[in-house]
Design a protein around this ligand. Structure first.
Ligand SMILES: *Cc1c(COP(=O)(O)O)cnc(C)c1O
Length: 403
C-alpha cells in the first residue's frame, strides 16, 4: 500500500489513504480495473457520441426500470441537465437561450430542509429555487418541516419542477411529493447521487414516482470519477440529449438516434445547449457502462458484510487507544454501510478531534478520516474505500497521533 509505486509519485503529488468513504474531493472511489480497461479500449476508435449515449440509455433503462437514461458528467451535471429539461421541454428557442429564463416559467419548488450545496447545479441551468416549509423538526420546534399543502400551494404557473434530496430520512415521503407534483402536472427531480448501495435504490425512487433521478457514477458504482447517471422519463431524457450533445449540423444531414433524440418532432437542429460545457467523452461513457454492468452483477450482501466486518475490526483495534471512545453506526435500513464513530477526549489524548484530523491530512500519504462532526469532538472511519492493510495503517496513525 504505502510503499507501492504509483503515477502520483512520478508527478510528486501525495496519495491518500481514504478512511472517509466516497468523497469527490479525494477522488471518490477507485475505478474498477475492468472499467479502466474499457476506457483504454474506447480510446482506440471513433464513435458517434449519440449512438453511444443511445446504447447507455438502454442499459440505464434496463437496470433502473426507467423509460430512458443518459450518462452525465457527474450526478451534479445530471441535476443541471434535469433542470434544463424541465425548463425547456421540447422548445428549441428556450434550449438555445438557457440559462436566460426571462419571461418564462423557471421555478423549482424544494422543501427547505432538502436545500444543500449541490442544488447550485439546478440553478446553473437557469432555474430559481423556491423553498418551502420550515426547519421545525430539526430544531425541535415542531413535528414537521414541511406539510404537503405547503408544497401544493407553492406550485404555480411559474413552476417547472419539484426537486427532492433523497436520504432515507428525508420528509415528506417521496411518494407524497410525487403525487402532489403530478396532480399539478409538474415533474419531480431526485438527487440520489450517493444513495447506492443498496442496489435496489436504482429503481426504488422511480417506482415511487420520480420523473428524473440522478446517481453518481464515481461513488459506489466505481465508474469514471466524472460520470453520473440520469434515469427517467423518455421525453425529459430526450430534452437532456438535445441540450447536451454537440450535434449542430446541416438540417438535411441531421440524423441522430431516433429513440434518444426524437429529431422528427423538432422544427430544426438544436444548437449547442446549456449542457455542452458538461461534455462526457466516449471513454467515460464506455467506462461507466462497464462499471454499471459489474455493479449490478456484484454480490451486494457480501460486499456489505465485508465492510461491516472491516468496521468491526477497526472499532476493536481503536477501542483501546487512550482518550478514544468508539461505537459502530449504520449497517441498517437508514444507512447501508457500517462505519466507526470515535469520540476524542482531549484531556486524555494528545490532541482533540480537529487536531487529529488536520495532522492526519498533512502526513505522506495523506490520511483522510471523516470530519463532519468535529463540533462534537468526533471523527468517523469508513471501511468502504480501505484495503485491510490500509485499515491497519489508519489505526496505527490514529494511535500514534493521539498518544
Ligand atoms: C456526491 C453528491 C453529488 C455530486 O455527485 P458527482 O457525481 O460528484 O457530481 C450531488 N449530490 C449529493 C447529495 C452528493 O452526495
Amino acid at each position: 500500500m504505502a510503499d507501492e509505486h504509483t503515477i502520483y509519485d512520478d508527478l510528486g503529488v501525495p496519495t491518500v489513504i481514504n478512511a472517509t468513504g466516497t468523497k469527490t474531493r479525494i477522488s471518490g472511489s477507485l475505478m474498477r480495473e475492468e472499467a479502466a480497461d474499457a476506457m483504454r479500449d474506447a480510446s482506440r476508435a471513433f464513435v458517434r457520441i449519440s449512438d453511444l449515449q443511445q446504447r447507455a440509455s438502454e442499459l440505464v433503462a434496463e437496470v433502473t426500470g426507467a423509460d430512458a437514461g443518459y450518462v452525465t458528467s457527474g450526478a451534479s451535471s445530471g441535476l443541471s441537465m434535469a433542470a434544463a429539461a424541465c425548463l425547456a421541454g421540447d422548445d428549441l428557442e428556450t434550449m438555445a437561450r438557457l440559462p436566460d429564463t426571462e419571461g418564462i416559467p423557471d421555478e423549482i419548488v424544494m422543501p427547505r430542509t432538502h436545500r444543500n450545496g449541490y442544488d447550485h447545479a439546478l440553478r446553473l441551468a437557469g432555474a430559481t429555487i423556491v423553498d418551502v416549509g420550515t426547519n421545525d423538526y430539526h430544531l425541535g420546534t415542531g413535528s414537521e418541516n414541511v406539510e404537503p399543502w405547503e408544497i401544493e400551494t407553492a406550485i404555480t404557473d411559474e413552476t417547472v419542477a419539484v426537486a427532492y434530496m433523497e436520504k432515507p430520512y428525508t420528509q415528506p415521503p417521496l411518494e407524497t411529493v410525487c403525487e402532489i407534483a403530478h396532480d399539478n402536472d409538474v415533474p419531480v427531480i431526485v438527487d440520489a447521487a450517493a444513495e447506492l448501495p443498496p442496489v435496489e435504490n436504482l429503481s426504488r425512487f422511480l417506482e415511487q414516482g420520480a420523473d428524473l433521478v440522478a446517481f453518481s457514477g464515481g461513488k459506489a458504482i466505481r465508474g469514471p470519477q466524472s460520470t453520473g447517471i440520469l434515469a427517467g422519463d423518455e421525453d425529459l431524457i430526450r430534452s437532456v440529449a438535445r441540450q447536451h450533445l454537440d450535434m449542430h449540423a446541416a438540417d438535411a444531414a441531421y440524423d441522430p438516434p431516433a429513440d434518444l433524440v426524437g429529431a422528427d418532432e423538432l422544427p430544426g437542429v438544436p444548437r449547442q445547449g446549456v449542457g455542452r460545457s458538461m461534455k462526457v467523452g466516449k471513454e467515460e461513457i464506455v467506462g461507466l457502462i462497464r462499471a454499471l454492468e459489474l455493479f449490478i452483477e456484484e454480490d451486494h450482501d457480501a460486499r456489505l458484510r465485508e465492510w461491516h466486518e472491516r468496521a468491526e475490526r477497526l472499532e476493536s483495534a481503536l477501542a483501546d487507544v487512550p482518550g478514544l471512545e468508539t461505537r459502530l453506526e449504520g449497517g441498517d435500513k437508514t444507512d447501508a454501510v457500517t462505519q466507526v464513530v470515535a469520540t476524542v477526549d482531549p484531556d486524555r489524548a494528545a490532541t482533540d478531534a480537529t487536531g487529529l484530523v488536520g495532522a492526519l491530512r498533512r502526513e505522506t500519504p495523506r490520511v483522510f478520516v471523516g470530519a463532519d462532526r468535529l463540533d462534537d469532538d468526533e471523527f468517523t472511519v469508513n471501511p468502504m474505500c480501505l484495503a485491510d492493510d490500509e485499515a491497519d495503517y489508519v489505526v496505527d496513525r490514529i494511535r500514534a497521533t493521539l498518544s
